[in-house]
Design a protein around this ligand. Structure first.
Ligand SMILES: [Zn+2]
Length: 439
């Protein structure tokens, strides 16, 4: 594949620094970035040049906690908290018991379309029957880790069948940009200790990661204190959280005194501010976690709990929530927020050093928005980073590229037939509701 030069008035490099190259050029070849730098002299032209003009080019956003197939159930749980046992069991789990794998592929495409369409170039997913929708994810060209969801709930037969299916799933052949992970729904709460041990063993054997809900409330700590006389993070440390990539989603009630157990491990907290607020839950201790050296990343969670898969919306929601919780403006800065949604998230998902930053040798995952879409203040008054976090909407992204391939170009999705996927989702939903009515 020949090299492609992408030119823009503003190139946000990403990483820990606020560097912006104005104007800049990013050269992409074979799925990787081969150079990043300022435009010197006249802007380049030619067949292998895409000049985005008055746009911001930046690293693609990474949604570190998603459930793409749950687009099937969008809306069914409004008014319920999915972060409590009763709310989840009553409004979601009761319907999932009637789910079959054939009902998930179209909804997954709808989920991918919304994520890609709003500037997400990779995401970490976790849901039931992952083997039934992993091909749909792969077909979109997005980068992802898809975790095979395991719900135990004390049912030995279900547990054994899920573990066998999960092993078949993670041992299957390579899917290119999609990594296969294990997805314990929630450690200790609905995955018993023996199940959790088996999940860690599977992850180690196949080089997979674990993606679980964690501390949506105090349930894990309550269970572990009662059964094992120690905190949930102490239990996870004993089980080997240091040597397996682990995404701990939500972390609303993670104990601050336990955060040191996570520093220098491969575990990351994937916080989801919108769903915490909608559900009336606590704010995750993001500032304390970052200060303790814990990797913190950002997810939207499912659209049933959040009704939003736009990471830009999630970025500013988290920025506001942390400031509110800490009672301090910019308790987390725009550069930090963008880092959590880019390079930190790629690191959490097992990416190579440099990924999630526009730098030589990194993956060519990038997005662009018109400058006008940032609703930025005067130059000198507001940084590009602040405007991206607090002014931009993901659906204003005009270009989205994963691994050097355009997934959205000039405002149009290139790999997903969204009208067809939406029509099929409606049919799948009607099938599920008819099944539930007849039960
Ligand atoms: Zn979730």
């Amino acid at each position: 594949m020949s090299a492609l030069s992408i030119v823009a008035d503003h190139v946000v490099v990403g990483g820990a620094t606020p560097e912006v190259i104005e104007p800049g050029v990013v050269i992409v070849e074979d799925g990787l970035i081969v150079s990043v730098g300022p435009v010197r002299g006249a802007r380049p032209r030619g067949r292998d040049v895409v000049d985005l003009g008055a746009s911001v080019l930046m690293p693609g956003l990474v949604n570190a906690h998603a459930h793409a197939p749950m687009m099937l159930l969008r809306g069914v749980s409004e008014g319920h908290s999915l972060l409590t046992w009763e709310g989840w069991l009553g409004s979601i789990r009761s319907k999932e018991l009637h789910l079959t794998p054939d009902l998930l592929a179209a909804s997954t495409l709808v989920g991918c379309a919304e994520m890609i369409g709003s500037g997400t170039t990779s995401f970490a997913d976790q849901y039931l029957f992952a083997d039934a929708y992993v091909d749909a994810v792969a077909s979109t060209g997005v980068r992802a880790s898809v975790a095979y969801g395991i719900v135990d709930l004390g049912d030995d037969d279900r547990r054994d069948a899920s573990l066998i299916a999960a092993e078949a799933f993670v041992s299957a052949s390579d899917d290119g940009l999609v990594d296969r992970w294990i997805g314990p729904h929630a450690f200790f709460v609905d995955n018993r200790i023996d199940t959790v041990r088996a999940e860690f063993a599977l992850a180690r054997r196949y080089g997979a990661g674990l993606h679980a809900h964690y501390a949506t409330s105090t349930e894990e700590d309550d269970v572990c204190e009662e059964q094992f006389d120690r905190s949930a993070l102490a239990m996870l440390s004993e089980l080997g959280i240091a040597d397996v990539p682990v995404l701990l989603a939500h972390a609303n009630d993670v104990r601050v005194q336990d955060l040191d157990l996570l520093a220098a491990t491969r575990a990351s907290l994937a916080v989801a501010a919108s769903v915490a607020m909608i559900s009336g839950a606590h704010a995750a201790p993001v500032r304390a976690a970052l200060d303790a050296g814990v990797n913190v990343v950002i997810g939207t969670d499912n659209v049933c709990g959040n009704n939003n898969a736009d990471m830009f919306e999630e970025l500013r929601t988290l920025g506001k929530l942390v400031a509110f919780a800490e009672q301090r403006p910019h308790a987390i800065t725009p550069v930090e927020l963008l880092g959590m949604a880019t390079w930190r998230a790629r690191d959490a998902m097992g990416g190579a050093a440099g990924d999630g930053v526009l730098t030589e040798g990194a993956i060519a995952d990038l997005i662009a928005l018109p400058v006008a879409a940032l609703h930025r203040g005067p130059v000198g008054a507001q940084s590009v980073h602040s405007a991206l976090v607090y002014g931009a909407s993901g659906f204003d992204t005009t270009h989205v590229m994963t691994a050097g391939r355009w997934l959205k170009r000039e405002g149009e999705l290139t790999t997903i037939d969204l009208p067809a996927a939406l029509a099929r989702r409606q049919a799948d939903f009607d099938t599920l509701m008819a099944r539930i009515s007849a039960a």
